[in-house]
Ligand binder design. Structure first.
Ligand code: HEM
Length: 451
């Protein structure tokens, strides 16, 4: 379990996501007010919010400034989420971040994807079976829960060589309870198991305890195939390496926490939003089916097929433009700076409003329209740099971004070949801007089996 070591001044502070909640209240589109603000007041807006200076940035060239050019002046911000991530690499900075990331990097090299694809396929097959039952019963389901359990299964099988040694539906609900930090009254510190920890109410504390039980269960479970080259093996080797005292057992536990959140929540949202969009655009669903039939015929997709699923991949990319699972990136300024003539002071919270750039008509024709073709052929090359950052940018960009596109492209292709998931919720699906961009109340679907 992680001990909090952040400066005590941060204890009891409200997290930035909670502070932003007055700006995210519009029930039809919580992104609306931030969109209007950036249109009216420009690309860099300093605002004093409850004793905290927050700077909203919505211009791609300033994304580059913060994430690439002056990245060392803008440190990661994770207050309120430490129970979910521990002190894993996603939360760290500087030399320690580099040391922790290095031994894990190889697991995400594109050369590894061909090895992972059979395991992704196995997880997709399990989901197909589940959906066949759901199609028979005709019951209403919540799609993010469906795609979360699929993403968790894929990660456990491909990266950890495990079958999920936990109930993914229960753990999904636990994590949801906690990561909706915008509904937290206040993140405060409590003693649990004799150690200090950030908690936000009794139910969330319980949810966190269940969450903490997952990494040890994964480590302790029997391997499926005793594979040599898995991410879990790399993490265990780093933890056992006397040359790397920083990478101890607790670090290994926290790295697993990180993957089981960062690799599931985001991937699941992207796939669920893609299914929502294709349910509203049956012609896109048909085109995905035809492409899958042409590329794969009756066999399971391979790494080579993934490259050929051009339209299906474009649907995933377009989905992440319209519904970026991580709708903003947060940093804290370590020292003074100036952006667009505005002074930045040490301690300022910087909100890089990716959703704003993804929906800005200066960078996209008809940004509110679902047009996967933008991602095909030469069209994609004309994009303004840093106007599309679903995986962040610079050295702290997502380690699993490319892998998630493989997972979601294959899943979308295979699931749609057999089923017609029908969105049955309110139109348009209401948004909830938590740490991620989630559908408020979930995405209700019925699964129909194609004849
Ligand atoms: C659609 C899927 C995904 C999206 C949209 C996404 C998004 C992101 C973003 C925006 C960041 C950067 C955050 C920042 O700069 O503050 C990030 C970092 C990260 N992501 Fe992802 N991610 C996805 C899938 C995955 C997967 C599949 C994994 C691993 C299994 C993963 C693991 C990580 C890790 C470990 C980091 C931290 C990297 C570092 O700081 O060095 N993500 N992700």
């Amino acid at each position: 379990m992680s001990m909090i070591e952040s400066p005590s001044s941060q204890f009891g502070e409200e997290s930035i996501w909670f502070k932003l909640s007055p700006l995210l209240k519009d029930p039809t589109n919580p992104m609306g007010m931030l969109m209007q603000m950036s249109e009216r007041y420009g690309p860099v807006i300093p605002v004093n919010m409850a004793r905290q200076r927050v700077v909203f940035i919505s211009e791609p060239e300033y994304f580059k400034h913060v994430l690439v050019t002056k990245t060392d002046n803008y440190v990661k911000y994770f207050d309120g989420l430490i129970p979910i991530f521990g002190k894993s690499m996603i939360t760290l900075d500087g030399a320690l971040w580099q040391k922790i990331r290095m031994p894990q990097q190889a697991a995400f090299h594109p050369d590894m994807f061909a090895e992972y694809i059979p395991y992704f396929n196995q997880a997709i097959q399990a989901k197909l079976q589940r959906w066949a039952d759901l199609a028979k019963s005709g019951e209403e389901i919540e799609m993010v829960e469906q795609t979360w359990t699929l993403a968790a299964d894929m990660i456990c099988k491909a990266l950890f060589d495990r079958d999920m040694p936990f109930n993914p539906h229960f753990i999904f609900k636990c994590v949801k309870t906690y990561t909706d930090v915008s509904s937290h009254k206040e993140i405060r510190v409590k003693k649990q198991h004799g150690e200090l920890f950030e908690v936000a109410g009794a139910d969330t504390a319980k949810a966190v305890e269940s969450w903490w039980s997952v990494p040890p269960a994964v480590m302790g479970a029997d391997p499926r195939e005793e594979r040599e080259q898995t991410l879990l093996k790399m993490i265990e080797a780093a933890a056992a390496d006397p040359e790397m005292p920083e990478f101890d057992h607790q670090q290994a536990i926290d790295e697993l926490k990180q993957y089981l959140w960062a690799g599931t929540e985001t991937t699941a949202l992207a796939l669920a939003w893609a299914l929502y969009l294709v349910s509203k655009h049956p012609e896109a669903a048909e085109r995905i089916r035809r492409e899958g039939e042409m590329v794969c015929g009756d066999r399971e997709p391979t790494a080579h097929d993934y490259s050929a699923l051009v339209y299906t991949r474009a649907v995933i990319q377009e989905t992440m433009r319209m519904y970026p699972p991580v709708w903003s990136l947060i940093r804290t300024a370590a020292g003074p700076d100036e952006i667009d003539g505005k002074k930045i002071e040490a301690g300022d919270r910087i909100v890089l409003f990716s959703y704003g750039a993804h929906h800005n008509p200066r960078f996209w024709d008809a940004p509110e329209e679902f047009r996967p073709e933008r991602w095909m052929g030469d069209a994609a090359k004309k994009r303004v740099k840093y106007s599309y950052i679903p995986f962040g940018a610079g050295k702290r960009s997502c380690i699993g971004g490319a892998m998630s596109q493989v997972e979601n492209t294959l899943a979308l292709s295979v699931l749609l070949r057999r089923f017609r998931p029908e969105y049955v919720g309110p139109e348009p699906a209401p948004l909830n801007a938590t740490v991620t961009l989630t559908p408020k109340g979930g995405l209700k679907f019925r699964i129909r089996e194609l004849s």
